[in-house]
Design a protein around this ligand. Structure first.
Ligand code: SF4
Ligand code: FES
Length: 277
């Protein structure tokens, strides 16, 4: 059965929306350029950064809402670039610039909207974190590990491993690096170790059984073991050797198929086919 849609108006244009969609999703489908930082498809909206604010009006009420979290509803009227949105977005970007002045992503986003300086005080000129919580939530809600969390409150709020010491549960999977929108979370493979430098945590890497190179944290492999069906062996090869092995297998299969088709007598089944002719 076709899903029931409804209509909303975005910047004067009527757009179809589907139940459950957020204003951001509908706006993006309509080609609107709305900035986001704390939004990630793998996680529920949290509306921490506020750069995605838009103006909405419905049933005689209007106001600014975070589009990444606000649900689209029949008849909603949305403005993505009104003077109020532009003014508020710049204010939000000034605050983010004060919070994370060392983040290239924040600086570039702010510059895109004409913000190159901030009137607000900066605590740490080397700070890159906007405390959006994506790293904390991906670790807790997706991986169910909770190696990192929040500490302190208000302007002193920070993310890190408990007591700001090396984590004894971090598996070094790199999900936090992947979701961090500002480039604050960093990791590097350094010889036999994966260094999750932001969390002050080093993990031993397992070596590839084919080429001998270190390729994945031992703790990460141990973590995924229970999630694999019993007949699936734990990965022992690095991505490069895995690819090489797959290519070799495909070439071998292709060569066999070719030999079968051409009736190569070295292939048993092909020989039978020739005999039958
Ligand atoms: S480290 Fe990155 S993902 Fe984590 S709270 Fe800071 S900005 Fe967000
Ligand atoms: S992207 Fe919507 S509040 Fe951050």
């Amino acid at each position: 059965m076709a899903e029931e849609t409804f209509q909303i108006v975005i910047d004067g244009q009527t757009v179809e929306a589907r139940p459950g969609e957020t204003v951001l999703e509908v706006c993006r489908r309509a080609g609107k350029d709305i900035p986001t930082l704390c939004h990630h498809q793998a996680l529920e909206p949290y509306a921490a950064c506020r750069v995605c604010l838009v103006e909405v009006s419905a049933n005689g009420k209007e106001g600014l809402v975070p589009s990444c979290q606000y649900p689209a509803s029949q008849g909603l009227v949305v403005q993505t670039d009104s003077p109020t949105v532009q003014r508020t977005r710049r204010l939000v970007l000034e605050l983010l610039l004060a919070r994370a002045p060392a983040s290239d992503v924040v600086r570039a986003l702010a510059a895109k909207y004409g913000v190159t300086q901030t009137p607000y005080p900066t605590d740490d000129p080397n700070e890159k974190c906007i405390v959006c919580g994506l790293c904390v939530r991906v670790c807790e809600e997706v991986l169910r590990i909770a190696a990192v969390g929040f500490s302190s409150r208000g302007v002193d709020r920070r993310v890190g491993a408990p007591f700001d010491e090396a984590s004894d549960v971090c598996i070094g999977c790199g999900a936090c690096v992947a979701v961090c929108p500002t480039g604050h979370v960093a990791s590097i493979d350094d010889g036999p170790l994966r260094r999750m430098s932001t969390w002050k945590t080093d993990l031993d890497l397992a070596n590839c059984e084919a080429c001998g190179r270190p390729f994945a944290p031992v703790r990460h492999l141990e973590h995924i073991r229970p999630t694999l069906p019993p007949h699936v062996p734990l990965e022992r090869l690095c991505p490069a050797c895995r690819r090489a092995q797959t290519v070799a297998r495909i070439s071998q299969t292709a060569a066999m198929a070719e030999a079968l088709i051409s009736g190569d007598p070295r292939i048993g089944i092909g020989a039978e086919r020739i005999d039958r002719r």
